[in-house]
Design a binder for this molecule. Structure first.
Ligand SMILES: C[S@@+](CC[C@H](N)C(=O)[O-])C[C@H]1O[C@@H](n2cnc3c(N)ncnc32)[C@H](O)[C@@H]1O
Length: 253
């Protein structure tokens, strides 16, 4: 569904029908997806160009689109290494064929909550040097897990494995309206047959960083199209964001 919202080609008629239904209910979803993807692409380039990051672990990577993390990072330095992690078997099969174009990029089918398995995997052991800084990405994915799975603890488990100077990139769907939080969470829960977590608040996302001692890079935590914008964001068909992707990047101390 996300691939279809991004005008990608790797989706099925069932995905397209579900998106049509979703967009009738939440028309801002497409602009939100486009702006989120543009944020991911900007932040990877900034980390590679300005902060010398050469290793990336992308949790909940999704299907490959036009400009993926490894392409952006390898344009800055061809030796950059990327491990994509996603629980969706379609990402493993389609993504594997499209993304594993070189021996510096790998796709791992795993649940991002299974930190032990991810960090012990052949792909991570082969490509990631934990003596050097790593960027761990959680872009538009923490709303896929419920509170019971403790997103703050998940971030901590990953942070604890990273060298000082590493960076964690985190954003998720938030709303400051309790009604929107409840409605959207219930709607998405139904649409995804329970494979859904929760729309949270800006304060929740701020807690992911603060409670884990992550020091935010400029401009701090923001609606993602405001993170160092380079072009006009895709405009949602409403006047205001009733929900948004909110987050940023923070250094591991
Ligand atoms: C909205 S997409 C985000 C894709 C990409 N990070 C981006 O921002 O462009 C969410 C992705 O997270 C994946 N996902 C959801 N829950 C997951 C989990 N528990 N572990 C790993 N991946 C998960 C989904 O399969 C989907 O590909």
């Amino acid at each position: 569904m996300y691939d279809h919202l991004l005008d990608g080609k790797d989706n099925f008629s069932a995905d397209r029908a579900a998106c049509d239904h979703l967009l009738r209910q939440v028309p801002s979803m497409k602009a939100l997806a486009l702006n989120n993807r543009a944020f991911l692409q900007r932040i990877v380039r900034v980390l590679a160009e300005d902060h010398g990051i050469r290793q990336f672990i992308d949790h909940g990577s999704g299907l490959p689109t036009q400009d993926n993390v490894h392409q952006i990072a390898q344009r800055v330095d061809a030796s950059s290494r990327v491990v994509y992690v996603d629980t969706d078997p379609i990402v493993r099969s389609v993504g594997g064929a499209l993304l594993e174009t070189d021996d510096r990029t790998a796709v791992l089918q795993a649940d991002m909550r299974d930190t032990e398995r991810i960090f012990g995997s052949e792909q991570v052991e082969r490509l990631i040097d934990f003596g050097e800084p790593v960027a761990a990405l959680f872009v538009s994915v923490l709303h896929c897990i419920p509170d019971a799975d403790e997103p703050v603890e998940l971030i901590r488990r990953v942070r604890d494995r990273l060298a000082a100077g590493s960076v964690m990139v985190i954003c998720q769907l938030v709303s400051e309206s309790p009604a929107v939080r409840e409605d959207v969470s219930a709607f998405m829960d139904r649409e995804t047959q329970g494979h859904w977590g929760r729309v949270r608040t800006r304060a929740d996302v701020e807690g992911y960083f603060r409670d884990n001692g992550l020091r935010p890079l400029e401009p701090g935590l923001v609606e993602v199209s405001r993170w160092r914008p380079e072009a006009e964001p895709a405009a949602p068909p409403q006047l205001s964001f009733e929900w948004e992707e909110f987050g940023g990047a923070g250094f591991v101390p």
